[in-house]
Design a protein around this ligand. Structure first.
Ligand SMILES: NC(=O)c1ccc[n+]([C@@H]2O[C@H](COP(=O)([O-])OP(=O)(O)OC[C@H]3O[C@@H](n4cnc5c(N)ncnc54)[C@H](OP(=O)(O)O)[C@@H]3O)[C@@H](O)[C@H]2O)c1
Length: 436
């Protein structure tokens, strides 16, 4: 399909561009400026400004087979209604899709433990007070022969961006992770690439007059998210809850209220009806060992293939951390290559071969995490070959509440990893205590 996409240069729009193109569609990007945008997978571009509906006249030409409207609303209902009119009217009578991007904040505080679905009435917080009216305006186009659809994303994360990146920055600047409002606040979340796949599914097969929640995890405790944001910022500390009035001084009252909003929102309809599968790592895992933590990479060309290998390597190191923290002997041993692995401990004891490593692990791992444990962060990956990687890791001792034990030295594990039968395994490992 030839798809006109507003907001194509933005956070979500960039991912939607990638996934539309990967699914064989042609993206016609509507942008405010005409400056070159190298590297974008756009088929064509048009200039238009959604703050000036008149500038959109004629952009939806007869060859446009779908419109996805991702540019943020102006907040002026008249302007935003005129934008919908300009983009949807040319599709009338064609049965072609017009997809409007709203958000879960139109549902307001959901309360209780129950997930709120697509049928729930709207009760918007002030920052999106106008949006339900725009949603209704869009859905009314179904009666005019437009396949009008509304998508409400949760809090979007991934690719190192979105609102979670704000929490990472705040943790870095403040020296302590923060979250806002009350202790028990929860956010519905979605990975930006999962969300982009939902947009593709919606444009291809959602029925007219439908509403879809783009939500991967329905209610993530923001306290956990803030702790992970702290880790991404290199701040291993207990998160602090900031009262909403104080947050308003930093973010303004409207955005502060949104950050403090407690919601549990389900995205079951898209899974059940459209076959949507949001299977990327959750927001906490993404913050701890994903796109919010850049890794130095050497010996491999940049690109999606290398990114995928680095992700798989980070996942292996996250499994090492998990097995160590939870004293899981068999899980830990399962991460080693069977053939002649070698492991030298931080105290210089060399363990040769799988059996020696297994015997030592069975002796020392049970009980090792009773008082404290450690976090492991990949810092550098050198691909010696496409299937052999030398990996530098930073190991920091922490208490069970995730706070750094400052009077204990860090470790600097060094792993030689080998990819066999599609999975990375530890072939050789050496830990070294870091002395200042
Ligand atoms: N991020 C989230 O967590 C989230 C959650 C729920 C809903 N949403 C909604 O999803 C939509 C996209 O969000 P996002 O996070 O991708 O935003 P974003 O990164 O700020 O991107 C906004 C995009 O809209 C374009 N744009 C802004 N004003 C415009 C105008 N007057 N005319 C034409 N284009 C304009 C921007 O183009 P320029 O390159 O010219 O700036 C950019 O491409 C918004 O409606 C947002 O409310 C976002």
């Amino acid at each position: 399909m030839k798809v006109l996409l507003t907001g194509a240069t933005g956070y979500i729009g960039s991912a939607v561009t990638d996934h539309l193109a990967a699914a064989g569609h042609q993206v016609v990007a509507l942008t405010r400026g005409a400056e070159p945008q190298p590297g974008r997978g756009w088929h064509a571009r048009l200039v238009g400004d959604t703050a000036d509906p008149a500038s959109l006249a004629g952009v939806v030409t007869p060859d446009i087979e779908a419109v996805i409207h991702l540019a943020p609303p102006s907040g002026d209902v008249d302007v935003d209604t005129a934008v919908v009119e300009a983009l949807a009217a040319p599709l009338r009578g064609t049965g072609r899709p017009f997809v409007y991007t709203s958000g879960v904040w139109v549902l307001g505080a959901t309360g209780g433990a129950q997930e709120v679905g697509e049928q729930a009435p709207t009760d918007p917080i002030d920052i999106v007070g106008y949006r339900p009216r725009i949603e209704q305006r869009v859905l009314a186009e179904a009666a005019e022969g437009v396949r009008a659809v509304v998508v409400r994303p949760g809090i979007v994360y991934g690719r190192g961006g979105g609102i979670p990146a704000v929490l990472v920055d705040r943790a870095r600047v403040q020296g302590v992770p923060e979250y806002y409002g009350e202790e028990g606040v929860r956010w519905p979340t979605v990975h930006v690439d999962d969300l982009a796949e939902l947009f593709v599914a919606v444009v291809e097969r959602a029925g007219a007059g439908t509403v879809w929640h783009g939500v991967g995890e329905s209610a993530v405790p923001v306290r956990d998210l803030a702790r992970a944001a702290g880790r991404a910022a290199g701040v291993l500390a207990v998160p602090r809850v900031v009262p909403v009035e104080q947050a308003a001084e930093v973010f303004g009252p409207l955005f502060a209220d949104a950050l403090a909003l407690d919601q549990s929102v389900g995205g079951g309809a898209a899974r059940a009806v459209l076959g949507w599968r949001p299977e990327r790592p959750g927001v906490v895992a993404e913050l701890v060992s994903g796109s919010y933590r850049p890794v130095e990479v050497f010996g491999a060309p940049g690109g999606p293939q290398t990114d995928a290998e680095v992700t798989a390597i980070r996942r292996l190191v996250a499994e090492i951390e998990h097995a160590q923290q939870n004293e899981l002997v068999d899980r830990f041993l399962g991460l080693f290559r069977r053939e002649d692995p070698v492991w030298t401990t931080g105290h210089g004891k060399r363990l040769s071969g799988f059996e020696e490593i297994a015997a030592f692990t069975r002796k020392v791992l049970p009980g090792a995490a009773v008082e404290s444990t450690a976090v492991y962060d990949v810092e550098r990956v050198l691909f010696l070959r496409s299937d052999v990687a030398a990996v530098n890791v930073r190991q920091q001792p922490v208490r069970h509440d995730g706070t750094r034990i400052t009077d204990r030295p860090e470790g600097r594990p060094f792993y030689i990893l080998v990819k066999e039968d599609g999975a990375w395994r530890v072939g050789a490992a050496q830990n070294t205590v870091a002395v200042d």
